[in-house]
Design a protein around this ligand. Structure first.
Ligand code: DAH
Length: 359
């Protein structure tokens, strides 16, 4: 009888004896415990207990033996199969555990990792300057007022001493929506119409600043935006003079830009003030010596101002013989670029998160 391949997957020729079966189990045990993963174990299992295994072949051959030998060998073959199956089940359980641990390790979520929370952020630079300006004027006893961004032609122009044919309208020409009853509306081109709303309240005296958005038919460039912020000022009281206006401008420009900055008034023209002036501050970049930012003149134009025109007071029923006042208006965005040395105003609307990021 050939019994050389008793532990293999091929059947030996003829029934095995006890030694052969013991050797089969010993060899099988070694192969089972050294199977490195579930796939390798399944392959070993097929070889040891599958249909083409030695055990299966011997079982098929039992029929050729006499009854006593058949019973004895049959019992032994069954017992060896149970031993092998137990060894395989044990190894499989261990390999399943290893595989599960591998998956867990790969999926591991490190809950101890510290990721810094994003900072709370801060208001946009323009908002900060607006709030700072509001604080300065609140400190001087002014109230903060607001008006609508959609205005009628009357508030935006006519009541401000700019009747329909007035040439000063062309400088702020805009898009109009005709309401059909002889009135039209537009996005306000300046904050000056809020002066009219305040005067209409009929509560005097007035000491107010009015911040807000204004809309112009302008192409954006380094120093212009079609949508920008203005701060309007209006004082109406008894005996207000040009000296009060000059002192107020001097005071708030120093408060916002620092004590070293000087303000000056130049004669100007606005339909709603008489006399009118434009006001400049000494250049914050060169200190007034002259540089590229101020085109070499040492001064930067900030806004317009003047004594409230009697026609404006009259258009709202305020008696110019009793009351007088001053008004001013300037761009908040322009103050922001000068305070922070920003070269191009368009940076404000380009969604650069550094304008909002937490510090
Ligand atoms: N509304 C003017 C503009 O947008 C600025 C201005 C000038 C406002 C003179 C005033 C003023 O109140 O008195 O160009």
């Amino acid at each position: 009888m050939n019994r050389k391949r008793a532990d293999g997957d091929e059947a030996s020729a003829g029934p095995p004896n006890t030694d052969v079966l013991r050797a089969l189990v010993a060899g099988a045990r070694q192969r089972i415990t050294s199977a490195e993963d579930l796939a390798a174990l399944s392959a070993v299992e097929a070889e040891l207990t599958g249909r083409r295994s030695a055990l299966a072949t011997w079982k098929r051959e039992l029929g050729g033996l006499d009854e006593a030998a058949r019973r004895e060998l049959g019992g032994e073959l069954n017992e060896k199969r149970r031993v092998l199956e137990a060894l395989i089940a044990e190894r499989r359980a261990a390999l399943v555990e290893v595989a599960r641990a591998g998956v867990l390790e790969a999926d591991r979520l490190d809950l101890t990792e510290v990721i810094p929370a994003p900072g709370p952020g801060h208001p946009h630079l323009v908002t900060r300057i607006r709030e700072e300006l509001e604080d300065i004027f609140l400190g001087m006893g002014y109230e903060i007022a607001e008006g609508p961004e959609v205005e009628t032609d009357w508030y935006n122009f006519t009541a401000l001493n700019m009747p329909p044919d007035h040439p000063a309208r062309s400088g702020q020409d805009s898009f109009y929506v005709d309401l059909g009853d002889g009135e039209s509306v537009l996005l306000r081109t300046h904050t000056s119409p809020v002066q009219i709303h305040l005067l209409e309240r009929g509560v005097l005296p007035i000491y107010a600043v009015m911040p807000g958005l204004v809309y112009r038919r302008d192409t954006p460039d380094a120093s212009h935006l079609p949508v920008f912020h203005q701060l309007e000022g209006l004082v109406v009281d008894r005996g207000i003079t040009f000296g009060d206006l000059a002192g107020t401008i001097e005071t708030f420009t120093k408060a916002i830009f620092g004590e070293d900055v000087r303000a000056r008034l130049r004669p100007g023209y606005f339909p709603f003030t008489e006399p009118s002036a434009e006001f400049d501050i000494s250049c914050t970049i060169c200190g007034g010596v002259g540089c590229r930012t101020c085109s070499g003149v040492g001064w930067i134009e900030l806004g317009g101002c003047g004594l409230v025109h009697p026609a404006v007071l009259e258009s709202t029923g305020v008696d110019p013989e009793v009351w007088s006042g001053f008004a001013f208006g300037f761009g908040i965005d322009r103050v922001a670029i000068m305070r922070h040395g920003i070269e191009d105003m368009r940076a404000f609307i380009e969604n650069d998160v550094r304008f909002l990021a937490g510090c």
